[in-house]
Ligand binder design. Structure first.
Ligand SMILES: Nc1ncnc2c1ncn2[C@@H]1O[C@H](COP(=O)(O)OP(=O)(O)OP(=O)(O)O)[C@@H](O)[C@H]1O
Length: 346
């Protein structure tokens, strides 16, 4: 396949994403427009990991497709490129920020359903995404379809990671306390994403969070969980609460969440021939509290004992708690005003 790099459409911590046009005899199996995610070969470990993971996760409609890879030399530098399905609608985080307000609940529900389906697939294949957030959910077509992207931090179940990874605002208590980055941590991050879609605000209020350490303490060591948006229906509130169960063993799985009443209404089916349209209230009874669900009783276990928080926002190379804590005492206070300034640690 021949391709020509076009305009830059996105920047991440370790990559630049450009639009590209394809040509040549083999293009019948490729779209004319693709996204190319690139980074210097020397720091391409995350991109190569993304490629390997996407290889194992192909064929899921809720996960961005990968068409292959290539190395180029540009301005004297060796560049590693990953060819991805192009999402013409950009990312869901920008969509929420640009709208400046909460999304309508029917949209929240539709997007959440797709994300949960994607997570089900990821988890069923033995992976954890480790960086679920709205910036990593891409919009396709007319903006109605979403797919999960950015698998640079994804890992196999049980694989040990030495460093804290992910985006602090979306981190689960067990990730903060014990460095556990497994499927339940993705579900916590899903809850943060649903809060953000349905309130237009990040799950942890940025004005109250002055530094990473205080956020880590709130997530890891207190009983506090993010505030459930008042705007949500009772089903929506309950769905979010299921994601914010502190003990990962008690948190609902993606498979369980697929059957949650919040996701049970199919807006598309209903708008084409059914009784319920976007904006209408669902008539059926919603659960009044978490204990209304039979699954709740079967998964109870003791509350986790929280241990001290260890996290360095400024280095991915530190290992010991002592060194990590020294990193936390840095005088460099990040700018919390926009969520993209939260640091991804790889
Ligand atoms: N396939 C795509 N189609 C369209 N835009 C994309 C695509 N992939 C990524 N982007 C845009 O580029 C941005 C950065 O991409 P991505 O998050 O994958 O990079 P990253 O280097 O892994 O970033 P991060 O700092 O989140 O780890 C995305 O938020 C999105 O706006």
């Amino acid at each position: 396949m021949k391709w020509i790099r076009g305009e830059t459409i996105g920047h991440g911590s370790f990559s630049t994403v450009s639009l590209a046009t394809t040509s040549g005899s083999s293009t019948s199996s490729f779209p004319k427009l693709i996204a190319v995610k690139s980074s210097g070969v020397v720091c391409s470990a995350a991109l190569r990991n993304e490629r390997d993971v996407l290889d194992d996760l192909r064929d899921c409609p809720e996960i961005v497709r990968c068409f292959g890879e290539a190395t180029t030399v540009e301005n004297g530098e060796e560049v590693y490129n990953l060819f991805l399905e192009y999402a013409s609608g950009g990312n869901l985080g920008d969509r929420v920020k640009n709208s400046g307000e909460a999304l309508p609940e029917c949209e929240v529900r539709r997007f959440t359903r797709s994300i949960v389906r994607g997570l089900c697939y990821i988890h069923s294949k033995g992976f954890a995404h480790c960086d679920v957030k709205l910036e990593n959910v891409l919009l396709f077509g007319d903006g109605g379809d979403v797919k999960i992207s950015d698998f640079g931090l994804a890992k196999r179940r049980g694989e040990n990671v030495a460093e804290i990874r992910g985006t602090p605002l979306y981190m689960a208590p067990e990730a903060v306390n014990h460095g556990e980055f497994e499927a339940p941590a993705d579900i916590w991050a899903l809850g943060c994403s649903v809060v953000e879609m349905s309130s237009g605000e990040t799950a942890w209020c940025l004005e109250e969070v002055t530094d990473v350490m205080s956020l880590m303490v709130r997530i890891g060591s207190s009983d506090e969980v993010p505030t459930v948006p008042v705007e949500l229906s009772e089903e929506g509130k309950d769905f979010v609460r299921k994601c914010f169960v502190k003990n990962p063993a008690d948190r609902w799985t993606a498979q369980m969440l697929l059957d949650h009443p919040f996701l049970a209404v199919d807006d598309d089916e209903n708008s084409s021939g059914g009784s319920l349209k976007c904006g209408e209230q669902k008539a059926s009874a919603s659960p009044r509290d978490p204990f209304d669900f039979p699954e709740w009783n079967s998964v109870q276990s003791p509350v986790t004992v929280c241990s001290p928080v260890c996290y360095s926002p400024f280095s991915c190379l530190v290992r010991s708690p002592e060194v990590r804590i020294i990193g936390l005492v840095s005088e460099n206070v990040p700018d919390w005003s926009v969520s993209c300034d939260w640091v991804n640690v790889r």
